[in-house]
Design a protein around this ligand. Structure first.
Ligand code: SAH
Ligand code: SF4
Length: 392
């Protein structure tokens, strides 16, 4: 059974609720007020890029001014524009009026029973909701699992996000602000460890289908936070044309990549990942070799993820196929993911015996393999469970 427990003392949450209550209970007095309201509603639909908006407002400001601002908004203990004391007063005043400090706001936050996972439902300026997850990691620090899109067009059969289709891409501000949001959350909970040490793009959406915004986000984090490139992982279903583009793009940041393989048998992969085409496996093999060549000796820069579905892709034959595929590429790590149950999907978790058998076959073939720890499944925050309809 799914159990939810709400985090107490969340100021942002109560503020949001108060606001919507005030709007709904307030009677509009005349038509000009009505017009004003619809103008505001219309303006709310527009999500403006923070940097672009800034230079529209301050056309004569030099580029370094934005750099200064971007550094500052990622600083812990800054809660609003007025905290940036190094800015000229007229700029701060205008920023306060015109540009929201955060591009996203919390609607609700859930805490897992073990208090090692938190899931936030966040809202964009145009009122769409999505989810972001904070998970405790081995170092007793935090990893955040960020979303890159609301919904996803890829429709993988075992994934709840895929079931809702694509609603919209998140902007780079909305992706990068998930880091800022969780930082502020931790500050407000001083009893929790304070450092976010890792980011994984394993929330809602397919990051490579929102390439430019994901790229800008990662570049910004690498510039203004203490996250290093080996602490950021982009997980992708494996969009081959974009994987090729990434290989040629000198601006693409050198972060870790995880490819959701899920089967080394073409037919099975096509069944569970409908975007997969017949030639996917040989083309991926070719691509992965080029990628590893480019990244040379950086061990484990590339991982294949493999969700374990009972009697679908977890037999001995499947394990041997996977071992052969991984060996044909060399130096790839395999991450087995226990299936997290979702509604309306015909799948079951693999048994521990099947998972252990997989591990044994892979290890015997000299392949590094890990089994992902399931976290936050009691608050529907585990891999593949991120959707919006299942709120209590
Ligand atoms: N779109 C990207 C990233 C988001 S999904 C991708 O597919 O890689 C992040 C990971 O969760 C992927 O490896 C995905 O296959 C896995 N996943 C999706 N649904 C799942 C489920 N129900 N149980 C376990 N893992 C799941
Ligand atoms: Fe999209 Fe990834 Fe879910 Fe597939 S697993 S539907 S690519 S989010």
């Amino acid at each position: 059974m799914v159990r939810f427990s709400e985090v107490p003392q969340m100021n942002e949450i109560s503020k949001t609720r108060q606001c919507s209550h005030m709007i709904s209970s307030q009677k509009l007095q005349n038509s000009s007020e009505n017009a004003e309201q619809s103008m505001k509603a219309y303006q709310k639909k527009i999500r403006r890029n923070r940097k672009k908006h800034f230079f529209e407002l301050f056309q004569n400001e030099p580029e370094f001014r934005w750099k200064q601002i971007e550094q500052a908004i990622f600083k812990k203990k800054y809660y609003g524009w007025k905290d940036i004391t190094t800015l000229p007063k007229h700029i701060t005043a205008e920023l306060e009026k015109k540009i929201p400090w955060m591009s996203i706001e919390p609607v609700k936050i859930f805490e897992s029973e073990r208090k090692d996972t938190y899931k936030a439902i966040l809202k964009t300026e145009n009122g769409e909701e999505f989810e972001s997850v904070l998970m405790k990691n081995k170092r007793d620090q935090w990893s955040i699992c960020v979303s890159s899109q609301i919904g996803c067009a890829m429709g993988c059969r075992f994934c709840a996000t895929g079931k809702i289709g694509l609603k919209q891409n998140l902007t780079s501000d909305e992706i990068m602000d998930q880091y800022r949001f969780w930082n502020t959350f931790l500050l407000k909970h001083p009893n929790l460890p304070q450092r976010i040490s890792n980011v994984v793009f394993m929330g809602m959406g397919e990051p490579l289908a929102n390439y430019e915004n994901v790229k800008t986000t990662i570049q910004t984090w690498l510039n203004v936070t203490d996250l290093g490139n080996t602490r950021i992982t982009v997980s992708t279903v494996g969009l081959l044309p974009i994987l090729d583009q990434l290989l040629k793009d000198p601006q693409w940041p050198d972060v870790k990549l995880a490819i959701s393989l899920h089967s080394a048998d073409s037919k099975t992969r096509q069944e569970i990942v409908p975007t997969s085409m017949q030639q996917f496996l040989p083309k991926l093999e070719e691509w992965a070799k080029k990628y590893l060549q480019k990244h040379g000796n950086k061990r484990h820069h590339l991982t294949f993820e493999y969700v374990m579905l009972r009697d679908v892709n977890d037999t001995l034959k499947n394990a041997i196929l996977l071992a052969n595929f991984a060996r044909s590429i060399d130096n790839v790590k395999i991450n087995l993911i226990p299936y997290n149950f979702i509604d309306d999907a015909p799948y079951q978790k693999s048994t521990n015996e099947s998972i252990n058998r997989f591990v044994r076959v892979l290890e015997k073939n000299g392949i590094t393999v890990t089994v992902r720890k399931t976290m936050g499944d009691d608050i529907a925050a585990a891999c593949g469970q991120l959707i919006q309809k299942k709120y209590p």
